[in-house]
Design a protein around this ligand. Structure first.
Ligand code: FE2
Ligand code: FE2
Length: 255
């Protein structure tokens, strides 16, 4: 409800004009300008690092539950869960390296809705929904975040993240292959699970927009990378372009 200035009151050269631009239009600092030890960076890192650690923990638990739901793939899924556990340890080391204590309560709250939806689906034996949440949404979210983070990470975290992102592709591939092999009977459940869970990803991205910017990661770049990974996954499973556009729009509607 603030009063707009009259035209004669506008000082077009004022610095604040830049500051008052929407977040996404402000200039990001260059990587050499990042001070990884500054309080501001460490404060943002305490939440982002916690989200990554919690995300890997969720993934570890989710693949163990999937191993029970898909006994034919038990060994493979237990193998994937072990990889997630290693990822978690790697990111915990990244936090220690910057002397940051991850804010795990923030991260638990951040994942609460996806966590709840996965648990409900697992209880009901809805394998398709579980795979969509873990192997498509969480893996694509992780891949997008790690892609955008790698170029602006500190050297220690960059090496760890580069190793992790390769593994996440194999997890995404597991979900794609299973869903492709069961496409016809999974299609309706995939559409339903997509409309319930994709909007949650948008809320999650909005929640960390400010912290991501402090770490030089732009929300638009995260969204773009996520949509590319997710769209490709849907295409690999068997959806046609028209369906992919419609499914993707469920996320955008909630933004
Ligand atoms: Fe992982
Ligand atoms: Fe993964």
């Amino acid at each position: 409800m603030q009063q707009l200035p009259t035209k004669s009151e506008i000082d077009y050269k004022r610095e604040q004009i830049i500051d008052s631009k929407p977040l996404e239009m402000q200039q990001l600092p260059t990587k050499s300008e990042i001070d990884y030890k500054s309080e501001k960076y460490k404060d943002a890192y305490s939440r982002i690092n916690a989200i990554v650690i919690e995300g890997e923990q969720e993934a570890y638990e989710n693949y163990l539950q999937l191993a029970k739901l898909l006994p034919k793939h038990e060994d493979e899924l237990i193998g994937l869960s072990k990889m997630e556990s290693r990822h978690k340890k790697g990111f915990e080391a990244c936090g220690r390296n910057l002397e940051v204590t991850p804010n795990m309560q923030f991260a638990k709250d951040f994942f609460a809705q996806l966590h709840q939806n996965f648990q409900s689906a697992a209880t009901e034996g809805k394998v398709v929904t579980c795979l969509l949440i873990q192997s498509l949404i969480i893996e694509c979210f992780a891949i997008a975040a790690y892609h955008i983070y790698i170029p602006v990470a500190d050297d220690f975290a960059r090496k760890i993240t580069e190793g992790v992102v390769k593994d996440e592709y194999t997890h995404l591939k597991f979900g794609e292959e299973w869903l492709k092999a069961h496409f016809d009977e999974s299609k309706a459940e995939l559409e339903e699970a997509n409309s319930q869970n994709l909007p949650i990803v948008w809320k999650m991205l909005n929640q960390v927009e400010g912290d991501a910017r402090t770490m030089m990661m732009e929300k638009e770049a995260l969204v773009e990378d996520f949509m590319i990974q997710y769209g490709e996954a849907l295409s690999n499973i068997g959806f046609i372009t028209r369906d992919i556009m419609r499914l993707s729009a469920h996320g955008i509607k909630a933004a």
